[in-house]
Design a protein around this ligand. Structure first.
Ligand code: 0A1
Ligand code: ZN
Length: 878
């Protein structure tokens, strides 16, 4: 069960595989308890590899081996050796067919890696190293083979049998069982293998590609979920169209399938032609899913679909290159979502996530480069750094090249590397070769961990009518990387005059000014100066527009300048960011001095924003959202858990009381009665209305409470319903309890909605929350075996409820460590993710540090820890 082998794997040890696999013929006799797997592999020695000892070493875990044959000759046990994680066959020929037969048990598989049971269906998850739990194989992404899959199963239980590629055969056998065969013509690494067996129904559609290929589209779900697939199907077709238009990428099989499963460790998986999804990212109806859920589905459907080119046709040479496919694919899905909805709001959401989680990871003991150098368990490296920071690296390269050259570079990448397993360096080389840009220094972004700090100073000289920017960059050290070198990055900026107009910018030495607007400067040095000429009046700089690089920006704006930017900056992102900085300053002042006075000018700026009828309500809702407690903590030398919570409550209450009438008006104005629409305007209106309600309830406003109860009772969409429920639970006393109970009654048959019921309670700042969470652990609807449920209760409490998780008595920490120890034997991946809530222990006060550390040590002392949890816990203490 346990993988007690905490030896790290190093990038520097990469060697090409000694053997290659040309074709794979798999035959499964499916059964929940005992599934038999026969694998026929056409193997040959890799001419590009150095010759080893002549033995063949295949990966395999938890397999019951029945037989091994070479070229159809059964081997005797003396001819091979079985170890806990491999099968070694002595002195094999240069080219041969290997046939193995094994038995596995899907119903016993609680780790959800390999072949497992979810509800009544059987499904697989092979990334990163799950295929070795299905059969003996060379389980590494640079071994790409053509797969044929035959599935045999009981017709009643498993009427639908799916695998990768195109359907080739389906028939009933003499014994009444059913057989289905699938052929995938594209060579792929085994992490992209998938199969599904179950009593499923499909929503069907069609898509004609740009070159005229007809593709059948199917989304498979359990029968009662057929009415929740429309949005996923729409998102799929939009993704297919978008990838053709923006990247010239067409789909390449006759059929594209998505299957929704209820037990899944991550979001979804891009298996060739057969994407398997956490049902949370497929199923949605306006009354069951929030706007955020709908947007999540659109983004994840696109992400997995885009992997068909960035990940599947071109894959990773080894797992250190994970960001090759993930960084690029996240960048692609972010841009897709920006095109489908509101670009500005999408960028804000992405940066919020990056700052809240990736910056925190970069400042933690788990900090690692986008291309890590070593790992103990690769599953621990599906991180915000590899994904989101990786996407920022692609975004910066796109900015440095400009749109035309970037498109040429991606065309080159697809042409040059189709069918290969490559590295992030190969990707950057395509960017260079197609554009002529030198990205030599830029490559440091892939190998250097940590978040750079940009310190910028501006100096205006009236006499010479110049404005000088001095820019300094440095990156704080991270574990194992004490010294950092300067990075190459795009700094997008504008200078605004007193009316907020953008100046035409001319740098000293240039013949003419660039047209008014945003200008991108390239930074390379630890310190650089830029002098703009023809600037008679002191301007207000709008820096790092659109968040042009993943850095922490320091510029000494006055409050007045921030309010000016908040009102006038033509860059929506920077308008939002100015408001965030302003609120952050005020909040940190309140942390230091709870009696600090909130300046009139702050309320005035807030009121003015609220009054902006012409503005985009979605952007306004973002502007009016206070920075998260965790993000505020990140700005302090020592996280003041209670001080931050108190400061945020104080400010929310003050806003709610001072701007009461305006907030009530905003709530009423956006209370849409019509049918549910998923346009950016409608989403924005709901967000704004619910923000307004939030401030009113924080202030204990009676009219606000009445409106909230009415909204909860009348809501016809989940966004309004859950917003009201959350506010009632946090501020509504008895009304909160009643709302919880009626919500439960109404939604007890919908697991994804019940997840929300658990989360709302787990994230409440009420003092009795931990006790409630512990009670909910015993609720008949709770199960440690369902990752969504674990995340919605335990994960939500530990990661989204700082004031209760970090309770001074250490009860939250103890609770977490207990859950990790309980969960680890069942599902190491999910346990290791939970464990991360403790890794930033050094950021807290001495008393909390001691409590957190003690819990990490308690986990480490446990007898048989998984590699997953071991790695996180051990790194936390390094
Ligand atoms: N490649 C998937 C993410 C994924 C990774 C691992 C999984 O199981 C351990 C599952 C999914 C993606 O980027 O969507
Ligand atoms: Zn991905």
């Amino acid at each position: 069960m346990y993988r007690n082998n905490p030896h790290p794997v190093h990038l520097k040890d990469y060697r090409p595989p000694e053997f290659l696999i040309e074709t794979v013929d798999l035959c499964f006799e499916l059964d929940a308890d005992r599934t038999r797997v026969e694998a026929r592999l056409a193997l040959r020695r890799n001419p590009a590899a150095t010759r080893g000892d002549g033995d063949l070493r295949l990966d395999g875990e938890q397999l019951e081996l029945e037989s091994v044959a070479i070229d159809d000759q059964l081997l005797t046990p003396a001819e091979y050796r079985v170890e806990s994680e491999s099968l070694i066959i002595h002195r094999v020929p240069d080219r041969f067919t290997l046939t193995t037969r094994v038995t596995i048990s899907p119903s016993q598989n609680t780790a959800l890696e390999g072949l497992y049971q979810s509800g009544d269906m059987l499904c697989t998850q092979c990334e990163a190293e799950g295929f070795r739990r299905i059969t003996y194989f060379l389980d590494r992404p640079d071994v790409m083979a053509r797969f044929t899959t035959t599935l045999i199963a009981d017709t009643e239980r498993y009427p639908v049998l799916l695998a990768n590629g195109n359907p080739a055969e389906q028939r009933t056998l003499d014994d009444g069982r059913q057989l289905a065969r699938w052929v995938d013509p594209f060579p792929k690494p085994c992490y992209l293998f998938a199969l599904i067996a179950g009593d499923l129904r499909a929503v069907e559609d069609r898509f004609t590609t740009a070159s005229g290929r007809e593709v059948a589209l199917r989304i498979y779900v359990e029968p009662h979920n057929l009415d929740k697939c429309d949005h996923a199907m729409r998102s799929l077709k939009q993704s297919m169209r978008w990838d053709e238009a923006r990247y010239g990428r067409e789909y390449d099989l006759d059929i594209f399938m998505i299957v929704a499963v209820s037990h899944f460790n991550m979001g979804a998986m891009e298996n060739k032609g057969l994407n398997v999804f956490n049902d949370k990212y497929v199923l949605a109806r306006p009354d069951t899913a929030t706007d955020q859920d709908f947007q999540g589905i659109e983004g994840v459907i696109a992400h997995e679909y885009f992997h068909n080119w960035t990940g599947n046709r071109i894959t990773c040479r080894d797992w250190f290159q994970l960001s090759l496919k993930e960084g690029f694919t996240v960048y692609r899905d972010q841009e897709f979502s920006a095109d489908m909805g509101s670009r500005g709001v999408k960028r804000i959401a992405d940066v919020r996530l990056l700052r809240a989680h990736q910056f925190a990871e970069d400042a933690s003991p788990m900090a690692h480069p986008v291309r890590p150098e070593s790992y103990i368990e690769i599953n621990n490296f599906y991180t915000v750094t590899v994904y989101e920071k990786g996407a920022e690296l692609v975004r910066m390269q796109a900015a440095l090249l400009g749109p035309e050259r970037f498109r040429r570079a991606t065309d080159l990448y697809f042409e040059r590397h189709d069918g290969q397993a490559v590295t992030t360096d190969d990707f950057v080389r395509c960017m260079e070769d197609a554009s002529g840009c030198d990205l030599g220094q830029f490559r440091r972004w892939y190998s250097q961990a940590g978040t750079p700090v940009l310190e910028i100073e501006g100096h205006h000289d009236a006499e010479s009518a110049t404005y000088r920017l001095r820019v300094r960059q440095h990156t704080p050290s991270t574990p194992g990387q004490p010294e950092k070198a300067p990075l190459h990055l795009p700094l997008a900026l504008a200078l605004l005059d007193a009316e907020g107009r953008e100046l035409a910018l001319r740098l000293d030495g240039e013949d003419e000014a660039a047209p008014a607007g945003t200008r991108v400067l390239e930074l390379r040095e630890a310190e650089q100066c830029f002098t703009f000429v023809d600037v008679p009046e002191p301007p207000v700089p709008s820096l790092l527009r659109g968040f042009s690089a993943p850095v922490r920006l320091r510029f000494d704006y006055s409050d007045v300048e921030l309010m000016f930017l908040m009102a006038h900056d033509g860059d929506g992102f920077n308008r939002w960011d100015a408001a965030q900085t302003l609120m952050q300053r005020l909040l940190l002042r309140l942390v230091e001095d709870p009696a600090a006075v909130i300046p009139e000018s702050f309320f005035a700026a807030f009121a003015q924003a609220l009054d902006d009828r012409a503005g985009d309500p979605a952007l306004l809702a973002e502007v009016l959202t206070l920075p998260a407690e965790s993000y505020l903590g990140d700005q302090l030398a020592v996280v003041d858990v209670d001080g931050i919570h108190r400061a945020r409550c104080t400010l929310e209450r003050a806003i709610g009381a001072r701007l009461r009438d305006q907030l009530l008006a905003v709530h009423a104005a956006h209370d849409d009665a019509g049918p549910y629409r998923l346009t950016p305007e409608a989403i924005g209106a709901r967000a704004l209305k619910n923000r307004a309600l939030g401030y009113l309830l924080a202030a204990g406003d009676a009219e606000g409470l009445a409106r909230c109860i009415a909204q909860f009772e009348a809501a016809r969409n989940m966004t309004d319903c859950i917003s009201a429920l959350r506010l009632l639970v946090d501020h509504g006393g008895e009304a909160g309890l009643e709302a919880l109970s009626s919500f439960h009654t109404r939604w007890s048959g919908e697991p994804l909605v019940l997840d929300k019921w658990f989360s709302v309670q787990a994230t409440s700042p009420r003092p009795d929350t931990l006790a409630r969470v512990e009670r909910l652990m015993r609720d008949p609807d709770f199960s440690l075996r369902n990752p969504n449920r674990v995340r919605s209760l335990i994960g939500a409490f530990c990661n989204a409820n700082p004031v209760r998780f970090h309770a001074a008595d250490g009860s939250g920490y103890r609770f977490l460590a207990d859950r990790v120890l309980e969960l680890d034997p069942l599902n190491p991946q999910v346990a290791a993710r939970l464990m991360r809530a403790l890794v930033r222990w050094r950021r807290f006060d001495a008393a909390r540090q001691a409590l957190m550390r003690a819990e990490i040590e308690r986990v480490l002392a446990a007898e048989a820890l998984s590699r997953d949890v071991y790695e996180v816990a051990a790194k936390a203490l390094e």
